[in-house]
Design a protein around this ligand. Structure first.
Ligand SMILES: Nc1ncnc2c1ncn2[C@@H]1O[C@H](C[S@+](CC[C@H]([NH3+])C(=O)[O-])CC(=O)[O-])[C@@H](O)[C@H]1O
Ligand SMILES: O=C(O)C(=O)Cc1ccccc1
Length: 246
């Protein structure tokens, strides 16, 4: 169902800004696993953390779901009655394939929590009351000035006891830390079979569309948005994940 990522393998006359189109959707599982250190651990534990905090008869949102990896993980772990997952992405190519992946999961496992895939922009989406929200590497694609309003809307929609799971690529204020973790991230990519050319071209493609924050900036913004508690639960190199409580 998915292919090996060779999107940046040949020299490109001009590297365009990264978009979530059909070419990306086709290679996405391979691309994300070979690009984000700790991704499989994060995805699996999103299921564990969501299952720990989900409340019976409530909604759960997976915002910027791509192919629904976090949704599938939550469906493997959730045992509460009456939960319903709404997985949202604005990229048509992702939404189409996400529906296929979730149908395949339905045909293999009985009595999974229902999941609905919606094509929509999380900047415009009206969030209903919910107990868990997942932003797994999605906020980094939202314009920086719109990040606080998005978090405020999520905070407003969360029920008492509700949580947000926020995973992001981090930047580091300290130049030495930034340099070393970035270089080791490239070494991780090389170890996963990407060439220096692929690494360089992918870097150009994402530099204008993925503006990353420091972990302290995320924790500060979550507090500003009204979350009562926020703590990192995982970090691997320059990628990490935070749980924030309503
Ligand atoms: N405004 C927006 N509204 C809706 N979706 C958006 C928006 N902006 C970007 N997206 C979507 O956010 C996703 C980010 S990928 C998430 C991985 C997934 N969570 C995973 O658990 O595998 C992360 C990555 O590629 O690094 C893409 O599918 C975009 O279309
Ligand atoms: O590839 C990278 O360097 C990243 O930062 C992660 C990523 C993964 C998939 C799409 C865009 C960015």
């Amino acid at each position: 169902m998915s292919d090996v990522d060779k999107l940046f393998a040949e020299p490109l006359p001009k590297v365009s800004d990264f978009v979530f189109d059909h070419d990306v959707a086709r290679v996405f599982p391979d691309m994300i696993k070979r690009s984000i250190p700790g991704y499989p651990t994060i995805v699996e534990n999103i299921g564990v953390i969501a299952a720990h905090h989900a409340q019976p008869d409530t909604l759960i949102y997976d915002l910027g779901c791509s192919l629904g990896a976090a949704t599938q993980s939550m469906r493997r772990h959730l045992r509460q009655d009456g939960c319903h997952i709404i997985a949202v992405d604005n990229a048509e190519a992702m939404v189409q394939r996400c529906r296929e992946y979730l149908s395949a999961q339905d045909s293999m496992v009985e009595e999974l929590v229902p999941a609905t895939v919606v094509q929509g922009d999380i900047l415009e989406l009206e969030l209903q009351p919910c107990s868990v929200v997942v932003l797994n590497f999605t906020l980094q694609f939202i314009a920086p000035e719109l990040r606080l309003p998005v978090l405020q809307r999520i905070r407003q929609a969360l029920l008492p006891g509700g949580i947000l799971i926020l995973s992001e690529k981090y930047r580091f204020e300290d130049p030495g830390t930034q340099h070393h973790l970035e270089q080791v991230h490239y070494a991780f990519k090389r170890a996963n079979g990407y060439s220096d050319l692929e690494i360089a071209q992918k870097r150009s493609a994402i530099e204008n569309v993925m503006l990353i924050d420091t972990q302290p900036a995320h924790l500060e913004r979550l507090q500003q948005a009204g979350f009562s508690l926020a703590y990192p639960w995982f970090q691997c190199l320059n990628f990490g994940s935070i749980v924030a409580h309503a």
